[in-house]
Design a protein around this ligand. Structure first.
Ligand SMILES: [Zn+2]
Length: 268
């Protein structure tokens, strides 16, 4: 493996401006090209690999993102931990736009996405019982508190296919199921990280209330403009959080079991 980086970040393009002396790498994988060139830089003595999951020009909608290539490229670079901020909708009144949620479970409602590195002849069934890294989540939760950001310590994200937003009926159903957050990219991204034994944490940046909330006529259904507005406001908070989490990650001592995955059969 050609070591280049320790920590990977998937996120919006706003992150570039905060990295110095960036080296951009164009990669090719057995699963095609990643969403864009990968930017490598050093921060606090740690090597960071940054990849905008939708591409620099936002050319990949959620269902067209080359998830396997993105994860494989990170693995190839030597990345052991991935931080994944995502703009997300809230399914609960007490999770408000501007809040962050450190998700601990997902429900997959996507369809037709390439979601495994094991298409045969090698077959493996990797557990996704606890898909998110408990250690990275703990750091993110603590950093959120320390920075004074309203951070919810857990949450189930339902991942929809997109690009369309939910109907009112779907949104009501998701809320009734007890799911907290809705998003279009967490699956298969988090599960592919599991297959590769990479620690992964999602920071769900709440931008809206999906299709509105039951019994709350004052809350408007989501629009793209509203999402982009809150996302822009969140940008600064997200950057501060990411850099502080990166600072606190201990690369030498990990107490999680994320990397205990048999990688034989993968062309790494
Ligand atoms: Zn882990």
């Amino acid at each position: 493996m050609n070591y280049k980086a320790d920590i990977g970040v998937f996120g919006g393009s706003g992150f570039y401006s905060f990295l110095e002396n960036v080296e951009e790498i164009e990669m090719e994988t057995p699963y095609g090209k990643p969403s864009d060139k990968i930017a490598i830089a050093t921060y606090e003595g740690k090597r960071i690999a940054f990849l905008p999951r939708h591409g620099k020009n936002h050319q990949f909608p959620p269902h067209m993102i080359p998830y396997r290539a993105n994860l494989y490229a990170m693995k190839k670079l030597g990345v052991k931990k991935i931080l994944a901020p995502t703009s997300s909708g809230s399914l609960r009144a007490d999770i408000k736009p501007g809040d962050f949620v450190i998700c601990d479970q997902f429900v997959d409602r996507t369809t037709g996405r390439k979601d495994t590195f094991y298409d045969g002849p090698v077959t493996k069934h990797i557990s996704s019982a606890h898909p998110y890294c408990p250690e990275l989540r703990k750091i993110a939760i603590q950093v959120g508190k320390d920075l004074g950001i309203t951070t919810h310590e857990k949450g189930t994200v339902v991942v929809i296919q997109g690009p369309r937003f939910s109907t009112v009926a779907e949104s009501r159903w998701f809320s009734k199921m007890g799911w907290d957050v809705i998003n279009m990219t967490q699956y298969p991204e988090v599960y592919l990280a599991r297959e590769l034994g990479i620690c992964y944490a999602n920071i769900a940046l709440i931008t809206d209330y999906d299709a509105g909330l039951e019994g709350r006529d004052d809350i408007e259904p989501v629009t793209e403009e509203a999402v982009l507005k809150v996302f822009a406001e969140n940008n600064e908070k997200v950057k501060n959080m990411l850099f502080e989490v990166i600072k606190r990650i201990d690369l030498e001592n990990s107490n999680c079991t994320c990397c205990n995955v048999d990688l034989s059969g993968l062309d790494l």
